[in-house]
Write a protein that binds this ligand. Structure first.
Ligand SMILES: Nc1ncnc2c1ncn2[C@@H]1O[C@H](COP(=O)(O)OP(=O)(O)OP(=O)(O)O)[C@@H](O)[C@H]1O
Ligand SMILES: [Mg+2]
Length: 374
């Protein structure tokens, strides 16, 4: 087992900087998810660890060893791809056994290890079949068995679930988490699917255009996204982000507030007052800000602070998404529980925000960075 470290790692392909000055450490035994949209450099980052791409600048280490110049076969990593990459003419047993044969492991040990890996992944009855006679999920399990049979220092997984249907994806996702928990092998897992990231990662590293945006545990990433990009990327539906202006109004209530007025975010004809704790942490910033409100932190209520009209109502069974437009056309999604009354399309509504300070996310409108501390 080993930790993996990127230290100032850059990878250029001609004019494209696929990975841009990446510094990131994955401690021994961690399952770290690299999350980002298509083309942001996830696969490239994995391939740099595997040794399948040359590093333009910086160092990659596995354990104590800098591996920049180490041959891929000597890095002791196992990679699992979206495409399974099985040998079609070999049986399941021979596919799993392949990396052991390559290493000259003797027959008896090979047989024991293949049997054990196959049992771990529930492939015991399929050892004699060829990949063409397996379902997608079974093929991916063979690919996983082939990765674990080598007992590598590090697993590198590149969107291993994306060819599976929805139900099988959920099942295999749980299988991988369980397997990693048991083996405690340091794992870099690449995906563009935020649900996969949230459910699987001990920590999630969010990338955009080759740059690391934030790395944190799923809950922390969700609760305190460091910038607008991360805020919008996580959550389904994503966080509502509305351009507004910080406005201080004189305190109407002389008994409280320590002489301070109420700080609000004004936008689109609405004014959203900030809880005192939030106001104190962002006072003096702005005045142009982006207010972020998660759909689940909102509900429809006659005394809500934001006036809007209903554009679409999406019924999803356990919850309903009410998509609204404010007077000036800003789009706000409200997530309601199954029991909440369903508004009609075109109906004027008022949107209320939870009083919880955690419900309010404020970002600088030019840099997109979170305001009010870490
Ligand atoms: N061999 C290559 N030659 C030139 N450009 C490349 C090469 N490999 C990747 N790139 C470019 O580097 C950037 C990052 O690519 P990468 O495959 O790492 O993205 P990704 O995050 O894995 O995307 P996806 O989610 O679509 O798989 C892209 O702009 C891509 O076009
Ligand atoms: Mg990729």
């Amino acid at each position: 087992m080993a930790q993996v470290s990127f230290d100032g790692v850059t990878k250029r392909f001609g004019d494209t900087t696929a990975v841009d000055d990446l510094t990131l450490s994955i401690p021994d035994g961690e399952l770290l998810v690299l999350l980002g949209s298509s083309g942001c450099g996830k696969t490239t980052a994995l391939r740099l660890v595997a040794g399948l791409e040359e590093i333009s600048a910086g160092t990659v280490s596995i354990g104590e060893r800098v591996v920049n110049e180490v041959d891929p076969k000597d890095r002791d990593v196992a990679m699992v791809f979206q495409s399974y990459a099985l040998y079609p003419h070999l049986t399941v047993a021979k596919n799993i056994e392949f990396p052991l044969r390559q290493r000259g492991v003797d027959k008896e040990e090979r047989t024991t290890k293949v049997k054990r890996a196959a049992e771990t992944l529930g492939l015991g009855d399929l050892l004699g079949r060829k990949p063409g006679q397996l379902s997608g999920g079974q093929r991916q399990r063979v690919a996983l068995a082939r990765a674990i049979v080598r007992e590598p220092l590090v697993f590198l997984m590149d969107e291993p679930l994306s060819n599976l249907d929805a139900a099988l994806r959920v099942q295999t996702r749980a299988d991988i988490v369980e397997l990693q928990n048991r083996l405690k092998t340091t794992t870099l897992y690449v995906t563009h699917d935020q649900v996969e990231a949230m459910t699987m990662g001990h920590r999630i590293a969010v990338m955009s255009e080759g740059k690391l945006q934030q790395v944190a545990a799923p809950e922390a990433l969700y609760a305190k996204p460091t910038n607008v990009f991360v805020a919008h990327f996580l959550g389904s539906p994503g966080m509502n982000l509305v351009e507004g202006m910080l406005v201080e109004s004189a305190s109407a209530d002389a008994s409280g507030g320590g002489g301070r007025g109420t700080l609000s975010v004004a936008f689109a004809g609405a004014s959203v007052p900030l809880p005192a704790e939030v106001a104190d942490s962002v006072r003096g910033s702005g005045p142009d800000v982006v207010l972020g409100l998660r759909p689940e932190a909102l509900h429809l209520s006659p005394d809500g602070v934001i006036g809007a009209s209903v554009i679409i109502v999406e019924l999803l069974g356990a919850e309903t998404h009410v998509i609204c437009h404010t007077e000036t056309g800003a789009r706000i999604i409200v997530r309601q529980g199954a029991g909440a009354p369903k508004p009609r399309i075109g109906e004027p509504v008022r949107i209320a925000v939870e009083p919880d300070p955690e419900a309010y996310h404020l970002f600088d409108s030019s840099s997109g960075n979170r305001l009010g501390g870490p």
